[in-house]
Design a protein. Structure first.
Length: 232
């Protein structure tokens, strides 16, 4: 019943009839959209969507500020500007836990790389075992410090990104839809977790160019062929 009610109340935007879109294209993309004002509800909705059959690449958020400015020429001021804009660069959501796992690998890898490199160099130069051990300890500490500083930088960028989006009106979540059943399911989940502006739209597929600017945001989505999506 909740799914039926959510589906009945959803707003639909069509590129052929909406003044919000000036694009025309043969390839169309069907998505459910919602704006979250609360990060924890946003995370819970993502978890529920993934456990309901949506993959990570079906769920996207706004890309970095640099990527948005590169594509649009400026950063947006309200979420209404980007909710139904097919040119807005997207990014696959990376959870804080996943980022933490990557940071752990980064720090451990830095320690290992510095320690092994210094050990090999000192051994090749004929230093005694005690000197090599001391050198490895120092190198490991330096490597760990460098890895830690990089991890903190990534943490700061991660926090700033979502803080900035919240300041602009909330976290926009787009959900790729491959069937009418997925549409009803996505709308129900977005509504249940308190998303605002929940609606479904059909937009022209926009392929983002690959260039050095977008490499600032390596998870920026380059869309696959649109036949993977359901369009009514």
């Amino acid at each position: 019943m909740a799914i039926m009610q959510a589906e009945a109340s959803v707003r639909r935007i069509d590129p052929e009839t909406s003044a919000e879109s000036s694009h025309t294209a043969d390839a169309l993309l069907r998505e459910a959209v919602g704006v979250f004002r609360d990060y924890e509800k946003f995370r819970s909705a993502l978890d529920d969507l993934q456990s309901s059959g949506f993959g990570r690449t079906d769920l996207s958020t706004v890309a970095s500020k640099q990527a948005v400015e590169r594509i649009l020429g400026r950063f947006y001021t309200t979420t209404e500007e980007i909710e139904d804009n097919p040119e807005v660069p997207r990014s696959i959501f990376i959870s804080k836990a996943s980022l933490g796992d990557a940071e752990g690998v980064l720090i451990g890898g830095s320690v290992y790389l510095f320690a092994v490199t210094v050990a090999a160099v000192l051994a090749a130069m004929g230093f005694d075992n005690l000197s090599i051990i001391l050198g490895v300890l120092v190198a490991g500490a330096v490597g760990g410090l460098i890895g830690y500083l990089i991890a903190r930088y990534l943490d700061r960028r991660y926090s700033e990104r979502f803080t900035r989006q919240m300041q602009q009106g909330g976290l926009v979540l787009w959900v790729n839809l491959k069937s009418p059943e997925q549409e009803a399911r996505a709308v129900d989940i977005l509504t249940r977790y308190g998303a605002d502006h929940v609606h479904v739209h059909t937009l022209p597929v926009h392929y983002y160019p690959i260039d050095s600017e977008l490499e600032l945001d390596p998870d920026t989505i380059r869309r696959p062929h649109p036949t993977a999506w359901w369009t009514p």
